[in-house]
Design a protein around this ligand. Sequence first.
Ligand SMILES: [Mg+2]
Length: 230
Amino acid sequence: MLKNRFETIFFDADDTLWENEMFFRQAEEKFAELLADYTDREGLQQLLWQKQEDNIPLFGYGSKTYMIGMTDAALELCGGKLPEHIYYGVKKIITDLAFHEFKLIDGVQETLEALSGHYRLVVATKGDVTEQMFKYRRSGLDRYFHHCEVMENKDEKNYLELAAKNDLQPEQLLMVGNSVKSDIAPVINVGGWAINTPHDVVWVHEMMDMPESDRILIVQNVKEIVRFLL
Ligand SMILES: [Mg+2]
């Protein structure tokens, strides 16, 4: 059903091309250790999620927003006075997260290698431009891709803009990604097609039930998509 239908394939990046969420979970673990004298883990996790949700609409996605959320949570837990070692501890956790941790997902390299001569491949990610472009260049995957789009968000409006910018009709969109909420549902809603590559670590913010559509394919590993596309 997918062969000979598309010229361009869009790939999500975080948790589709490279690991991301596991590093955020590890950062939360480090944050819990840093704040161990002030609260228990359970209370801290809830507070942190709430602070993240408060800040995303203002500052978008990415680790800088996470730093604001962590700092807000720490300030509250420390009774309105943030000790220097806590502030710099948070900053180190975030710097390590954004610029040191990197791991490609199994199967990605050979999948892109197989598809790149047959399709125009484009990265469609959301988040902080500096951070996402840093990961994109560092990945070494840029040789397979035509370009990388860093989107402000991934709702229906953003996907219609993505199609228009790439001179495509919405029904010519084929998106590959791990997130039902960001990579699958909005693409289906505008008339496009989607391949879901589920990841076992899902951010609470991204949780959503899979919509019903015959324009969705679900695979367990990204390398399975090659036989549906070539
Ligand atoms: Mg993703």
